[in-house]
Every structure is written in C-alpha cells, then in structure tokens.
Design a binder for this molecule. Structure first.
Ligand code: MSP
Length: 653
C-alpha cells in the first residue's frame, strides 16, 4: 500500500512559526510511522509564492517578488532541515516551471468541463464589490470596516473576471461527502463543510486582471489575467507528483493510494469545498482524506506573526526557534505531538514543555534506560543477559509491548491521533519501570539470584528496544542514541519495525552512555527569562480612549431581551435574523453571530440589546436594535444575565 501525505504550502510573507512547524512535523511523523511499518510513502510540503500579498510585501521591502520568494522559501526549507523532517521529503515551490505548466493544463481542462447541471464550468462576468487586499478575496458588505478602507486593505472594485460555477456542484459534493464518511476528518469539520453546502455555494472567481496583479500564473485562455492564488496553490498537490505529464503521478494518486491532505482548520473551505469540485470538474479523482487540525494558541489567540509581536512582551513563551535552541529538536517534536488532540485547539506554554520533558522523557523513559544499562554494566560485564523463562510480570510486560505495536501500526482507517499513540507507548514505559521496581533485580543480585535478575533485565531491555523503535518517528535522533546505548544501533533515519521481540540477543554489548534527557530546572529557566525580559521589556501600549460623561452613557437604552426565534440570513454566512421580546414589545434584529451560534442555540437566551438604536437595513432586512457580545480574536460570546429572575424588558445600566 502507498501513502501520499501533504501539508499546506506556506505563504512566503511570514517566518515559519509554531503553527507551520506543527503541521509539517505532524506530516513527517505520520510519514515516518507508515515507513516504519513497511508502507511506500511520499511526503510533500512547500511554499505558496504567488498572489497579491507576496507582490505587496516584496514591494514594501524594495525587492522583486521572486527575490522575496527565494528568501522566504529558503527559511522554510532551513527550518524543515533543522526540525529533522525526513530527508526524502519533497519541497515544492509554486514558482517552479513544472508547476506553472500543470496549473495551466488544469485550467484548460476546467475550461472544457461541464458542470453536473450540464453548463459550462467556467464563464466570464462582471464583478463589482469590496475586495480585501490582504486576504485576496472579495468580501461582503458586513466585513467592510472603516479602518480597512482607510488603510487601503479594503477597496471597491469592478472588473471583468472568470468564474468557476461552484454553485452547480453543491448537491454532487454533499452526496460525495455523505458516501465517503472518512473524506473529511474529524467529524465536526465534515459537518462544517456540509453546513457550508447547505447555505448555498457561490461561484468562485478564479482570475485576477494582470493590470491589478501581475505576480501569478497566466490563464491560458485569457492572457490578460493571472489565476487566483488558491487555484494555483491547490494544484501543487498534483503538480508535485508529476501531473499531468509524468505517468508516474498515478502511482501517488487514485486507487490503491491513500492520499492524505493535512490542513489547519483555517483552510477547510478551500480544501473541503473548492478542491473537490475543481478536481471533479477537471476529471481527476479526489484525495482520500482531508484531516483538519486545530490551532496552537497563545493566551487563547491563534499563533501568528501579529500575535507573536503583541504577546512577546507579556507571556513567557518564546518563538519555536528559541525553544529548539533551549530544549533540542526532538523534545519539541515530542511535546507538539504529545500535547495536541487532533482537531482541537491547544494553548502552549513553555512551563508545560519543561514539565513534559521532565516527566515523560527524563523520569520515565530516561530512568528506565539508565537503571537497566547501569545494572547490566555493573553485574553482567556490560552484556545483555540471557532471558531465561520470563516470570509472570515479564510475560505481562512483553504482552503489553506486543499489543502496543498493534496499536501503533497504521490500519485501514488511517493512522490515527499521535497523542493517543504516545499515550499507549508511555503506558508501556511506565509498566516496564514498575516491573523493574517490583522485581528489584539489585536485591536478587545481592541474594546471588543472578539468572532471575538477568531475566528481569532482559525483559526490560527487549521492551526498551521495541519502544524506542516505536518512538523513533517522533524522536528520531534521541531514539537512535537510545538504540545505540542498548547495543542495537540503527542507521540515521533508517529504522523499520522488524517484528522481533527478542533483541538485543544475549551477550550483545550494552555500551550505555550519557543520560538522554537531562532534567530541566524550570525555576532556573524562568529566572533567566525574567531577567532577559526585564532588559528588553517595552511599555505595552494601552489604547487611549475618549472619556464620556454619565449623561452620555445614559443616552444608551440597554435592555434585557428574550430571543423568541432565530434563523440564518440566506447568502450571508455571518448573520442571524432574531425575533426578540423586550417587555411587551416584539421586534426583529440582525446580528453578526452566525459563525459562533447556531440558530437553535440562541433561541430562549436572555440577551442584552441596545434598544434605542436607530433602525437600519442590513442586507435589505430591517434591524431594530443591536445585541451585545464580546469579541476576542476568533471568539465571540454573547452578553447574557447571571442567574435568572429578571424579566425581559428590564433596564440595564
Ligand atoms: N498558502 C495557504 C495554503 C495553501 S495550501 C494549498 C496558507 N498558508 S499559511 O502560510 O497561512 O499556512 C496555513 C497553515 O499553517 C494552516 O492551515 C496550518 O496548517 C498552519 N498554521 C498556521 N498557523 C497555525 C497555528 N497557530 N496553529 C496550527 N497551525 C496553524 O494558508
């Protein structure tokens, strides 16, 4: 069986940070596990180099777009080398000639395609609307902000463009997703995509006039245009394996291959909606699985360039580059895989990194290795003792280790969640330690029961070897060192599961060595961090606010209201239409909360509204009042009442 695993390709206007590193390490770890169990694997990552953002950031720095791409692309490549991403991985750049050709061929096929409704998949039309320059997309009226307009980030445009008739593919896509339950994972994300389809899909503008954007791939049937960067980027998954010219591409795509796209939840729509429809139109089979993971957050906010800058002064958490320098690559890989449950968000803290290193790696694994090799060196001339017939504890340990191998191996259903896998390996490490503690081989040796002591140590050594092999995909350099310490050296990056539970063989030299995971004193690290942050701390700016008098405030009539009914506003992803009751009066308001609350979730809640706001029309629908909610980054929560007993209509203030 063959497996093709991809990461998103990263934009070349940002330094690689913990989020990018996580996805790429995850892809590497899953690839390595498949390799370990004998699968043929191909892993691909790379950089997304076209589009407005790149053109603009290059211009700001006085560089050509190509120079900007070359510089940033190298940073990503260098980071992957540092992070021990398997040397066989493929790194793709969308400015490569072969990729450009593939995108053009893909567009030619789209142009010839008919939709499931029998219409042309591509058509030309005028488009006029608000355009977000940094996000590279047209946006709805609701998303236009004054700040966006004045900074030039949001502009109004009318232009002739080429569209992909995505709206004709909704039914087909829905059926496909329903027929292929494993296509989008985890289930929550699958439901999210089904929800998007139910709201109705809008056609996708796939062109940008060269007059506005020159940094892109020319559309073969419309030479005055370049293609939209997302179409360009998605095709990397195909061009990277030689599509369409190299017939070998089918070795890595189609029947008999597990094609796994790893993505962050932020790019679910292009992957879960655009990509399958584009592929279907171009006559290419769909990938097997889209696996969307959550975000690494800091102080509850998604890690990104801006957050890094804003929080650096406040939180004792450093950039991944510094974390690697302080703790080493393998422990950081381990922490990222061990800590995050696939699909959920996860806040990260340096203190927790240290806690995990100390407990899992130094105390459990390191201690087991150290105890066993020291006893073998001191009492068995440094040679692996004969296993004899294991006692019941030894039998139990070996049975658990065998079961662990089964759990770690990929199955029909894919490979699974690294956190759960690590959990089961950790269980075995703890069990091996407990076995040695209970059996007390040092006591047996004192009593002259050398064969029994040897038998215990051999069982521990065998378990250690298997567990080191099983941990190799996550901690490649450290596990190679461990294997060398127990007389089972392995070539760099070349460890496969051989099915053997009887190594090292009796008599093998067990050289032992330095502790693999020295304990870290968090208090000392913290003191060092506090010292350096004192030296570099900048004043955190508190936004200046204009003060108002109590009289001004009293002009706002805030009231408690009861939500009687709620429904989505068609074709407006963010809006809910609410019927509310304020005392004896019922009225309607439009609220921009649809991304955070389902209609059924909000019905029955007591909310706070600005009751005397002048009525307004939003999307042609009248709104009389505004509800209050708190927003922080990507979260939004409604203001409601504590406890009950206050009737609707009550005044707030
Ligand atoms: N270029 C597009 C992807 C095109 S794929 C055909 C893009 N690039 S990106 O540089 O913004 O990287 C997005 C990916 O980086 C996310 O989907 C995710 O995999 C990873 N992460 C970026 N920040 C992240 C976190 N804070 N946490 C976890 N991963 C996130 O979008």
């Amino acid at each position: 069986m063959r497996v093709y695993i991809t990461t998103p390709i990263y934009y070349v206007n940002d330094e690689p940070h913990i989020g990018h590193c996580y996805t790429t390490i995850l892809a590497d770890v899953i690839s390595r596990y498949y390799r370990l169990f004998g699968y043929e694997v191909r892993m691909q990552t790379g950089t997304d180099e076209h589009g407005q953002k790149v053109q603009q950031s290059a211009a700001k720095r006085g560089l050509s777009p190509q120079a900007q791409c070359d510089e940033y692309s190298k940073r990503f490549e260098a980071m992957w080398e540092k992070l021990e991403i398997h040397p066989d991985h493929h790194f793709i750049r969308t400015t490569a000639e072969f990729h450009k050709k593939a995108v053009q061929e893909f567009l030619r096929r789209l142009e010839k395609a008919k939709t499931p409704e029998g219409r042309d998949a591509i058509y030309e039309a005028d488009y006029s609307g608000w355009y977000n320059v940094s996000e590279e997309m047209f946006i709805s009226e609701d998303d236009v902000t004054e700040e966006g307009k004045s900074s030039g980030r949001i502009v109004h445009l009318t232009e002739k463009n080429h569209f992909f008739r995505l709206s004709d593919y909704g039914e087909w896509l829905k059926t496909y997703i329903q027929d292929h339950p494993a296509f989008i994972q985890p289930t929550g994300r699958r439901n999210e995509v089904l929800g998007l389809i139910d709201q109705g899909l809008s056609d996708l503008c796939i062109s940008r006039p060269k007059s506005r954007l020159s940094w892109g791939i020319e559309i073969p049937f419309a030479p005055d245009y370049v293609t939209y960067v997302w179409v360009d980027a998605l095709v990397n998954y195909l061009s990277g394996i030689g599509w369409p010219e190299d017939p070998d591409w089918e070795k890595w795509w189609g029947s008999g291959v597990e094609v796994l796209h790893l993505i962050g939840k932020d790019i679910l729509k292009p992957h879960g909606v655009f990509w399958p429809c584009l592929l279907h139109a171009a006559g290419v089979p769909l990938p097997t699985t889209l696996l969307a993971h959550g975000w690494w957050t800091r102080g509850g906010q998604k890690e990104s360039k801006t957050v890094t800058q804003a929080l650096a002064a406040q939180l004792p958490v450093r950039h991944i580059r510094e974390l690697i320098e302080e703790y080493g690559v393998d422990p950081i890989r381990y922490y990222l895989m061990r800590e995050m449950t696939l699909g959920n968000d996860q806040d990260y803290s340096e203190e927790l990194i240290v806690a995990r290193i100390n407990s899992d790696l130094a105390n459990d694994l390191g201690n087991l290795l150290n105890r066993v090799t020291t006893l073998v060196r001191n009492h068995f001339e440094g040679k692996a003792p004969a296993p004899g017939t294991p006692d019941s504890g030894g039998e139990e340990l070996l049975a658990s280790v065998k079961a662990c191998v089964e759990e770690i191996a990929p199955s029909e259903a894919g490979w699974g969640d690294p956190r759960t896998k690590v959990e089961s390996i950790r269980g075995c490490v703890r069990m091996a330690n407990q076995y040695v503690t209970d059996r007390e081989p040092w006591k047996l040796l004192k009593e002259g029961k050398s064969a029994e002591a040897g038998q215990c140590l051999a069982a521990a050594l065998w378990s250690l070897r298997v567990l080191a092999v099983l941990l190799h995909p996550i901690l490649p350099r450290k596990m190679e060192a461990l294997l060398a310490q127990i007389g089972c050296p392995a070539k760099k990056d070349d460890v496969v599961w051989d099915g053997r539970f009887d190594l090292p063989a009796p008599g093998t030299l067990i050289p032992g060595g330095e502790p693999l995971f020295p304990r870290i004193d968090w208090k000392a690290v913290e003191a060092k961090l506090a010292q350096s942050s004192k030296e570099t701390r900048k004043e955190v700016e508190v936004p200046r606010m204009e003060l108002i008098s109590i009289e001004d405030f009293k002009k706002t009539d805030l009231r408690v209201a009861q939500v009687l009914a709620a429904e989505r506003v068609p074709k407006a992803d963010k809006l809910l239409k609410l019927q509310i009751r304020i005392g004896s009066e019922e009225r309607q308001i439009i609220a921009g909360v649809a991304e955070f609350y389902a209609p059924e979730e909000i019905v029955g809640k007591q909310i706070i509204v600005v009751a005397n706001l002048a009525p307004a029309k939003i999307r042609g629908i009248e709104s009389r009042g505004m509800l209050l909610a708190a927003r922080e980054g990507d979260r939004l929560r409604l203001l409601t009442l504590d406890g009950d007993g206050v009737g609707d209509g009550a005044k707030v203030g």
